[in-house]
Ligand binder design. Structure first.
Ligand code: ATP
Ligand code: MG
Length: 379
């Protein structure tokens, strides 16, 4: 027991140091990129007619060999290319970073001119307009929806963390069904992608929740695309390849259950923390960029680790350190309260610190019965 405690302390410390470094690197990298984009954006306007599915070989200088290499890792369109980091592209192409940055910038410039990506300097009114396109998916419980300001948002990554059995996987299963409902019933009339890293996706559970909600379970199952990820690299590859699936099917929700588990189990011990956090950081950024560029809702789940040096409050902290915390748009902490579950909004930019109670039952996630004590309370 003592050993476990010590290890968890060390890990926390290292996570903090590491995450600072990584953040710094990301900033430097993105400054460079911004600079070059600004210089190049004065180029002629020849790309206005392109659409979002434009193949990558439409970019000047990107030949068939490079195209093939990028296709192999799921980069088909200009949008796919723009959301990957230049380091990753360089890696795939076996080229130097400057060539990869050039391709990534050209892709970004095209998308900016097409109005798909925001320009580098934009008036707040434009951001406001873009945010008007945000849509919300019901979780299945009104109390939880209220806590989230109306449901799970598109253009955002919503993280549910909590101990085993706290309901993370149940939230994911229910959301896959709710997203399919018409808008007036809390859905977006769209499908879901479920990236299953712990082998806990159960179609039988989908069938029983759908039945309890009076829905046709066959068509519900049809619109959930499941991808099993066997390790962290496979998980990254799957998310990288999402582009094609998202275009073919009308997908509005992507779930990664769990986002961090593979990274934790593969990178054990001291020396491995730096590469782990770097890899996780890259993965989280890919997720956020994809959700923003495609107006998608992303749900990730995360476990907790105990920090025994906490004297006051809950010693359970989400794993993944600052990397996951900084990149998730919303974090909800789930905990058990007898038969019920309590969700708490943690570190949100504009939600008040509130809690909501809900139940796990045949409906998946649902409200407490009407006679239950206060469903939501201010802290
Ligand atoms: P882990 O960290 O192990 O992945 P988790 O947070 O994903 O845990 P879930 O699998 O979502 O946990 O929750 C499991 C809990 O969900 C069970 O303990 C049970 O309380 C509840 N549950 C699962 N199926 C049903 C059901 N059919 N009816 C009622 N409750 C259920
Ligand atoms: Mg689970």
């Amino acid at each position: 027991m003592n050993e476990v405690k010590n290890e968890s302390n060390e890990t926390d410390e290292e996570v903090k140091n590491e995450s600072n470094e990584t953040d710094e690197e990301v900033k430097n990298e993105s400054n460079e990129t911004d600079e070059e984009v600004k210089n190049e954006s004065n180029e002629t306007d020849e790309v206005k007619t392109l659409d979002i599915d434009t193949e990558i070989d439409s970019l000047p200088g990107l030949g068939p060999v490079a195209k093939k290499k990028l296709n192999e890792v799921g980069i088909f369109t200009v949008l796919d290319l723009a959301v990957r980091s230049p380091t990753e592209i360089a890696d795939r192409l076996g080229s130097d970073l400057s060539r990869a940055t050039e391709f990534a910038n050209k892709a970004r410039i095209k998308l900016v001119k097409m109005g798909i990506l925001e320009k580098d300097f934009v008036p707040a009114s434009e951001i406001y307009k873009r945010r008007q396109a945000i849509e919300r998916i019901s979780t299945g419980a009104n109390s939880l929806d209220d806590l989230l300001g109306g449901g799970i948002e598109t253009q955002a990554v919503t993280e549910f963390y909590g101990e085993f059995g706290s309901g993370k996987t149940q939230v994911c299963h229910t959301a896959c069904i709710m997203v399919q409902l018409p808008k007036e019933k809390g859905g977006l009339d769209a499908g879901a992608v479920y990236v299953d890293t712990e082998n806990t996706f159960r179609p039988e559970r989908i069938v029983s929740i759908a039945k309890a909600r009076g829905l046709d379970h066959d068509s519900i199952l049809e619109r959930i695309i499941v991808a099993k990820a066997y390790n962290s690299s496979h998980q990254e590859l799957i998310v990288g390849e999402l582009g094609r699936v998202l275009d073919d099917k009308n997908i509005k929700l992507v779930i990664i259950d769990s986002a961090v588990a593979h990274y934790r189990s593969e990178f054990l011990g001291r020396g491995t923390l730096a590469p782990r956090q770097q890899k996780l950081n890259k993965f989280m950024h890919l997720l956020t960029r994809t959700s923003e560029a495609r107006n998608l809702a992303v749900i990730i789940t995360n476990q907790v680790q105990s920090t025994p040096d906490t004297f006051f409050g809950d010693p359970n902290k989400p794993t993944g350190g600052h990397v996951v915390g900084h990149t998730s748009t919303y974090r909800l902490y789930l905990r058990k309260a007898g038969k019920n579950r309590i969700a708490k909004m943690v570190d949100s930019p504009y939600h008040p610190e509130q809690e909501a109670a809900f139940q796990l039952n045949e409906l998946g996630v649902s409200d407490l019965p009407d006679d239950a004590p206060s469903k939501r309370r201010k802290l």
